[in-house]
Ligand binder design. Structure first.
Ligand SMILES: *[C@@H]1O[C@H](CO)[C@@H](O)[C@H](O)[C@H]1NC(C)=O
Ligand SMILES: *[C@@H]1O[C@H](CO)[C@@H](O)[C@H](O)[C@H]1NC(C)=O
Ligand SMILES: *[C@@H]1O[C@H](CO)[C@@H](O)[C@H](O)[C@H]1NC(C)=O
Ligand SMILES: *[C@@H]1O[C@H](CO)[C@@H](O)[C@H](O)[C@H]1NC(C)=O
Ligand SMILES: *[C@@H]1O[C@H](CO)[C@@H](O)[C@H](O)[C@H]1NC(C)=O
Ligand SMILES: *[C@@H]1O[C@H](CO)[C@@H](O)[C@H](O)[C@H]1NC(C)=O
Length: 651
């Protein structure tokens, strides 16, 4: 009796053990597939213990091999060889290998790393239609990423690192609906990044480092889940990418980024790692990056960041590594960087007042800073529909009103022949005069109108101080054209023979560099066929701290007098014909429309007078005076340019 009980207890145990450990009984065909994989991979050491008696679903997973089964099928297969595994032998066929793999149709996770796989990745891998994670890093796969992968609707991670994939990142990548990790580092991919990346709403990790990508980074600001962006070692740029503010790690090192940092960067409150090293960044280094709440690693070495550091700048509590080396910074190293010995801080080859010999003399940073520039237009950001609608309606209404008013003015001039004073306000807009400076960062996003309108102008650029001095014969009195409350105007002639008008603005030390960089950037966008447009600028800096002492704004020179003088005939010129008058009125309307809608936020309160409309040699009307926001913050009002007077002096 007792014996019988003992036997039945043992039996029960055996049954239980079978139930637990043998609960997954692999289909025999899938076991055969694994053995075939072992053979095709040339019996790697990681699979040395596999043989025909192996119970694949119930072997202990380890760092190199994991097989996971579910309902008698393999759902996960990880095989990781040794780093540096050489190519599989000549008779290896990636095609037969993948054909074998698709014998595991329920695979959801496939990791085949460092196995020496070589050949073009066959598109039939997409027959593994349940794949959620595909990681084939550190092999020798080449050619383009096969388009068939675009049909993997469940794919969450696509990791092709450290292979020899070539060609461009295909545009279809943006159609993978749930992709959250895309890692393509260390390949031979080239071309520009597809705009469709911005459709990957679920993307958390985007790693494209060590390839041959170039051109601008597409607008990624819509990727609200993006936490890791690594673009190291490509040829991307020059504009700083548009990104959401949830980033934890942002690596842009070894590229061609040049644009000054946008103010948004200082709002990346989760940012832990920021590496901007070895680019061509210009403009002031935002010191507040040091005190970002989460920052641990900050590397801006080997750029052309300017600006002054202060001893009293605070540092984030977790900051461990800071590299400011090889820039153009001046001032004092913040105390917080020196106090904590756990922090690694590098700052050689700047012009800091540290007293050690690996800093440059301050004059070097000053001179180099003169070359600092503001860069070509950024890609437009989608303005809200309402803004556009308002702007367009405003522009059209304004334009029609203007045409009417000019028509009336012209009629009046015609009938009376003489007018004592010009109609001072053709348009009285009642929008605010000041510029909320927090809107200015958005001014980068210029509509298509602007690109089309600016055709025919040389590209906006930075002028060197020497160039400006030479053009004006060292600001000779003969070049002096007039002076307003905001500085002097000089006539200049560039090396190429073209005439320019140069406005010289004195800056107070109190002006925030950051702020006027925004303004300069805005000015650099105000380029249109019907505006007297900016051609460039030049900074002159104080000797001691390389803050900017003077700004020279270089404008195109419009030689043919004002619309008023052409209409009222105060000059000996031939009277303007009717068609030219209409063309001028339409041109002015287009110029105003551009000011209102071609740029976000629009430039309103243009205070336009008929004397502010100049005609060029082809009788194209150009608005010479429009409100610009430069210096607005300390004047409390916008600053208006009057090129008009100057132009008379030319003639
Ligand atoms: C490749 O050739 C080797 C011998 O050179 C052989 O042992 C192996 O089975 C072959 N592999 C395949 C997949 O044909
Ligand atoms: C891991 O397990 C596989 C079989 O499952 C075996 O062949 C391999 O030797 C194991 N590797 C290590 C490092 O234990
Ligand atoms: C299969 O491998 C197991 C353990 O790795 C070993 O005990 C067994 O003898 C092997 N069977 C054959 C047929 O080689
Ligand atoms: C790909 O797999 C390897 C080996 O498991 C792993 O080290 C690596 O982190 C994986 N890559 C990604 C991006 O998950
Ligand atoms: C990108 O690489 C492919 C393949 O190497 C090459 O054919 C193509 O010309 C390259 N494209 C560019 C724009 O360099
Ligand atoms: C740090 O010092 C500078 C001048 O030395 C001063 O302008 C600035 O307001 C100070 N900042 C803080 C946060 O105290």
């Amino acid at each position: 009796m007792a014996k019988a009980f003992q036997y039945s207890a043992i039996l029960l145990c055996v049954v239980l053990v079978l139930l637990i450990s043998g609960s997954e009984q692999l289909q025999s065909s899938q076991g055969e597939t694994l053995l075939r994989i072992q053979r095709l991979l040339n019996y790697p050491s990681a699979l040395s213990s596999w043989n025909s008696t192996t119970d694949f679903c119930n072997t202990e997973p380890n760092a190199s091999v994991t097989v996971v089964c579910y309902e008698n099928s393999i759902t996960q297969l990880h095989i990781i060889g040794n780093k540096g595994t050489p190519l599989l032998p000549r008779n290896f066929s990636i095609d037969s290998f993948v054909t074998t793999l698709v014998g595991l149709p329920n695979l959801r996770v496939l990791t085949l790393v460092s196995l020496g796989l070589w050949g073009p990745l066959p598109g039939k891998i997409a027959r593994l239609s349940s794949l959620e994670i595909l990681n084939v890093s550190s092999n020798f796969l080449y050619d383009a990423v096969p388009q068939e992968i675009s049909s993997l609707a469940a794919l969450q991670s696509l990791v092709l690192d450290d292979n020899m994939f070539a060609d461009e990142v295909p545009n279809w990548i943006g159609s993978l609906p749930v992709l959250s990790v895309l890692s393509l580092k260390k390949n031979m991919l080239n071309g520009s990044l597809p705009d469709s990346l911005s459709n990957l709403d679920n993307l958390r990790v985007l790693v494209l480092s060590h390839n041959y990508f170039r051109g601008e980074v597409p607008d990624l600001s819509s990727l609200t889940n993006l936490q890791v962006l690594d673009l190291e070692d490509n040829a991307l740029g020059p504009q700083f990418p548009l990104l959401g503010n949830k980033l934890i790690s942002l690596v842009l090192s070894k590229n061609k980024f040049r644009d000054g940092l946008p103010a948004e960067v200082t709002s990346y409150y989760q940012l832990q790692r920021l590496d901007l090293s070895s680019n061509k960044f210009v403009g002031p280094f935002p010191q507040s990056l040091l005190s970002l709440p989460s920052v641990t690693y900050l590397n801006v070495a080997d750029n052309k960041f300017t600006g002054m550091l202060f001893e009293n700048q605070s540092c984030g509590a977790d900051l461990e590594f800071v590299d400011l080396s090889s820039n153009l910074m001046t001032g004092q190293l913040p105390n917080c960087l020196l106090q904590d010995s756990k922090r690694k801080v590098l700052y050689a080859a700047n012009c800091l007042a540290t007293g050690d010999e690996n800093q440059h003399p301050i004059s070097l940073c000053r001179n180099e800073a003169l070359a600092v520039g503001i860069l070509p237009q950024r890609k437009k950001r989608k303005a809200s529909k309402e803004t556009i609608a308002f702007g367009v309606i405003g522009g059209i209404v304004g334009g029609i009103a203007l045409v009417g008013l000019i028509y009336l003015a012209v009629r009046k001039v015609k009938s009376r022949k003489t007018i004592k004073r010009p109609n001072t306000r053709l348009i009285a807009e009642n929008s605010s005069t000041g510029y909320p400076s927090n809107l200015l960062p958005d001014a980068r996003y210029i509509s298509q109108t602007m690109k089309l309108g600016a055709l025919g102008l040389p590209p906006y650029r930075t002028f060197s101080l020497e160039e400006v001095e030479e053009a004006t014969n060292n600001f000779d009195t003969s070049a002096f054209m007039g002076e307003g409350s905001q500085g002097q105007m000089y006539r200049g002639r560039l090396k190429d023979g073209s005439f320019v008008a140069i406005r010289c603005l004195k800056m107070k030390r109190s002006h925030s560099t950051q702020n006027f960089m925004h303004h300069i950037e805005l000015i650099s966008k105000l380029r249109h066929r019907h505006l007297v447009s900016a051609l460039g600028h030049c900074f002159e800096c104080y000797l001691d701290d390389s803050s900017v002492s003077r700004i020279f704004l270089v404008f195109e020179y419009v030689p043919n007098g004002t619309l008023r003088s052409w209409i009222s005939g105060g000059h000996a010129w031939q009277k303007l014909q009717w068609t030219h008058r209409i063309a001028a009125a339409i041109g002015v309307a287009k110029g105003i429309q551009f000011l209102h809608t071609g740029i976000v936020p629009g430039v309103y309160s243009n205070n336009l007078k008929i004397t502010d409309v100049l005609l060029d040699q082809n009788l194209i009307a150009k608005i010479s005076s429009y409100n610009l926001p430069l210096l607005a913050e300390n004047k409390g009002m916008v600053f208006s340019f009057h090129v008009t007077k100057a132009v008379f002096l030319f003639n």
